[in-house]
Design a protein around this ligand. Structure first.
Ligand code: PTR
Ligand code: PTR
Length: 301
């Protein structure tokens, strides 16, 4: 709890200086700015979550001055070769922006950590097309539905992963071959909560990494970062990226024969909080990160 409080206090201090900041100037006290995202109400799902300017993902294919904005951030832990795009659940006003980012960043795996609706509230709008005959167009990006399959254990459907596959083309660039995109939709993670068991999330991480590896192997070029989103792109997204990054770092350290003496989870979350607000949002989610990492380590021993 103390480690998490320190993380929260650091972010509160940063936010206070940000709110005091009248100009968009970045100063030594406050090296971060959220100027690009503020006031873009229709493009933001929540009125208190914006990406920091220094890590925000920009849309290249835009004509007007301001429209490179999307509520998405690059996040990467120190000493970890994995980089993710953490983003909010797309809104109807941002479907096109979202698919442009998927295309431009050459991302081929999307991890969705929220149900579409929870307690009567929309958590994430259906930004994909399930139409099996027609394709959907989002600006220049064309999305064709390929397949949908669902995996869960017999006794428990709180660990369901729905796997959807799509074909993505850019109508402005017919010379570039279509790409296959896989969306892994995990249904067992309630907002502000945690999954029933770390096993479910460890399983999802394994499936996501395998899908990313297979996509990389079948592509002639390096592929882009995994896109991870929930509703705000903070709590659940942060926990997913923290667990995966800690396990990756621990694996590298073990291979090199080093010891880990520092609090790795805290170190990773502190770094992530410099890259996007509220990544790992609640104390329970923070504790869950330790539980999942330990589960994996003990299980592997
Ligand atoms: N998108 C929601 C809406 O339009 O009602 C909520 C929202 C409102 C999101 C305001 C962000 C807002 O703040 P800002 O204007 O700073 O983007
Ligand atoms: N206004 C909301 C809040 O601060 O509680 C924004 C928010 C919503 C933040 C959901 C995080 C949320 O969870 P997640 O990032 O897991 O979707």
């Amino acid at each position: 709890a103390e480690a998490f409080q320190e993380i929260e206090r650091t972010e509160q201090r940063r936010l206070q200086s940000l709110m005091l900041q009248n100009s968009n100037q970045v100063t030594a006290d406050c090296p971060f700015s959220i100027s690009a995202g503020k006031g873009k109400g229709t493009k933001n799902r929540y009125n208190n979550i914006w990406p920091y300017d220094h890590t925000r993902v920009k849309i290249n294919d835009c004509k007007e001055g301001d429209c490179d904005y999307v509520n998405a951030s690059f996040v990467q832990a120190e000493g970890c070769d994995k980089r993710y795009i953490a983003t909010q659940g797309p809104l109807p006003a941002t479907y096109e922006d979202f698919w442009k980012i998927v295309w431009e960043q050459n991302s081929q795996v999307i991890v969705m950590l929220t149900k579409e609706e929870e307690a009567g509230r929309i958590q994430c709008h259906r930004y994909w097309s399930q139409c099996k005959i027609n394709s959907a167009k989002f600006g220049p990006i064309e999305l064709k539905f390929i397949s949908e399959t669902s995996h869960c254990s017999v006794e428990n459907n709180n660990n369901t992963i729905v796997t959807r596959k799509f074909k993505l083309t850019n109508l402005n660039h017919p010379e570039i071959p279509a790409r296959e995109i896989t969306q892994l939709h995990f249904l067992g993670w309630p907002d502000f909560g945690i999954p029933d068991s770390p096993i479910h999330i460890l399983n999802l991480i394994e499936v996501a990494n395998l899908t990313q590896l297979q996509a990389a192997q079948s592509s002639q070029h390096a592929i882009g970062p995994m896109i991870v989103h929930c509703s705000a792109g903070c709590g659940r997204t942060g926990a997913f990226c923290t667990i995966d990054s800690c396990l990756t770092i621990l694996n590298n350290i073990r291979e090199q024969g080093h010891d880990v003496s520092q609090d790795l989870v805290q170190k990773v979350v502190l770094k992530f909080r410099e890259q996007r607000l509220s990544l790992v949002q609640t104390l329970r989610q923070y504790v869950f990160c330790y539980e999942a990492v330990l589960w994996k380590l003990v299980g592997a021993a």
